[in-house]
Design a protein around this ligand. Structure first.
Ligand code: FAD
Length: 463
């Protein structure tokens, strides 16, 4: 018998070891189902741990520390000029952050009896798959969960990742700190990574095709970030397009519509991500994939094949780790016969820049576009005691409320710590809290979280 002839029988085969896949496998194990994870890298964590959320936030933390130290001069504290060791930073990120979390996940898998098989999974039919690569074998399953995530999108006809033209994965490796960096894309990944490189000393130029940063997000939330980015970056070109890009020896020659030809040392292409549904053998199953390559699922994460389920980025927007994790838990319960569904009202979104921007539920923009009448309460941080003590009065907290019932439909915040603050907004929307509940809840003073109460009070005063 050769290795590839080995056939393993399991209750649940999970394809992909990212947050969607490992959450599903862990919950399956807790519910008494035998689950294995097949992952191309033979590891748990996926894009989130190795090339997304975690390494980017580790580097953003370093950028934030540098910014704080710089700002401290305002109140008479001067540590002198920072000196950065890229090697030490790399090591800290790889070992103390990513490595530590990876070891933690491997330990949880062991303790729950979830095996991780290394290799690429290809479905042969609706009940079986083969693993190609590191640990070749066949797996027969009662159920399978597709959790293969997404990959960086490329600029059509222009750039794919090469030495000096990076995608987000390559940028996070932080091989060096280029003197001149061009970031293509003003979405959250371009802004987060642009912030990191600018803090580390690169002159960052950002090009965004639409007329504003973070397309789709309420403009009053984006404004404080746009002001900061204008200062931090060397240039921000909106309504501009990169039309040609050529690597030439030591640099990259770029043609920016309306701004002429420019040279950069490196280019980061951050123009979105696309689902990873190709090459998986899904055509041998009854799974339906839509025109954007997303696996089509219902609210119980079921595909059109009764034996196959899917969770996470491969199922389309929003491409966020916490949504993948929640789907992972739901799908395990569905497979175990429990009455679960992905019926969450909100999936909070956070941009971890400085200031941070976060929102959940109905946004003011969406309400306007839908012609839905809402009341909007805003509390500018200029009136917040805590913001004043932090020297950060540039924030804003906002509630979107149903005018009839007073129910909180949406919440948004911009300012340092917005990513933590949005949790209260998410809880309010998810639990159908009224603006009155938020106003009547005692919030500790002085905190930034008081701004929720203040915003709600504004609304009640106006009622
Ligand atoms: P993934 O994490 O993509 O995992 C999929 C896994 O499947 C991978 O390990 C892959 O190797 C494996 N795989 C694929 N095909 C096969 C196959 N055929 N066989 C075997 N294995 C396979 N989200 C947030 O919520 N917050 C953030 O702050 C955030 N920051 C981000 C920053 C960056 C720079 C990037 C790129 C992404 C960020 N994200 C963030 C998005 C987040 O990383 C994804 O939403 C999340 O990882 C999706 O999880 P997933 O389980 O669907 O798939």
């Amino acid at each position: 018998m050769v290795m590839g002839d080995l056939v393993r029988e399991v209750d649940v085969a999970v394809v992909g070891g990212g947050p969607g896949g490992y959450s599903a496998a862990f919950r399956c194990a807790e519910l008494g189902l035998e689950a294995v994870v097949v992952d191309a890298g033979k590891r748990l964590g996926g894009a989130c741990l190795y090339e997304g959320c975690i390494p980017s936030k580790a580097l953003l933390h370093v950028a934030a520390v540098m910014h704080e130290v710089e700002r401290a001069r305002e109140f008479g504290l001067d540590y002198g000029e920072p000196r950065l060791s890229v090697d030490a930073l790399q090591k800290w990120k790889a070992e103390r952050v990513v490595g530590k979390l990876a070891r933690g996940l491997a330990g949880v898998a062991r303790s729950k009896g979830v095996d991780v098989i290394g290799g690429r999974a290809v479905f042969e039919d609706s009940r079986g798959l083969r693993v190609e690569g590191e640990e070749p074998q066949k797996i027969r399953f009662k159920h399978a969960i597709v959790a293969t995530g997404s990959m960086p999108a490329t600029l059509p006809g222009i750039a794919s990742a090469r030495d000096r033209v990076m995608d987000s994965t390559a940028a996070l490796e932080l091989v060096d700190v280029p003197e001149r960096l061009l970031v293509i894309g003003g979405g959250y990944i371009g802004l987060e990574l642009g912030t990191v490189y600018a803090a580390l000393g690169s002159q960052v130029t950002l090009v965004e095709m639409t007329d504003g940063l973070l397309p789709g997000v309420d403009r009053d939330l984006v404004q404080p970030l746009a002001r900061r980015v204008e200062k931090l970056f060397a240039a921000v070109h909106l309504s501009a397009k990169v039309t040609a890009l050529r690597e030439s020896g030591a640099g990259v020659e770029v043609e920016i519509e309306g701004h002429g030809a420019r040279s950069f040392d490196r280019v980061l292409v951050a123009v979105g991500r696309r689902p990873q549904s190709a090459g998986l053998g899904l055509e041998a199953t009854r799974v339906r994939v839509d025109e954007r390559a997303c696996v089509v699922i219902d609210e119980r994460c079921r595909t059109s094949d009764p034996h196959l389920y899917a969770v996470g980025d491969v199922t389309g927007e929003p491409l966020l780790a916490h949504r993948a994790m929640r789907q992972g838990k739901v799908v395990a319960e569905v497979i175990a016969g429990r009455p679960a569904a992905f019926d969450n009202v909100v999936v909070p979104a956070v941009v971890f820049t400085d200031p941070e921007v976060a929102w959940c539920g109905l946004t003011e923009n969406e309400a306007q576009r839908a012609g839905r009448p809402v009341k909007v309460a805003k509390f500018p941080w200029a009136a917040s005691g805590r913001a004043a003590t932090l020297g950060r009065s540039d924030g804003l907290t906002k509630l979107v409320v149903d005018p009839g019932s007073g129910r909180v439909l949406g919440a948004a915040v911009v300012g340092p710590g917005a990513g933590e603050l949005i949790a209260e907004g998410a809880l309010a929307v998810e639990t159908a809290a009224l603006a009155e509940d938020v106003a009547a809840t005692i919030h500790a003073h002085p905190t930034l979280s008081e701004s929720w109460m203040e915003a709600a009070e504004t609304l009640l005063r106006g009622a």
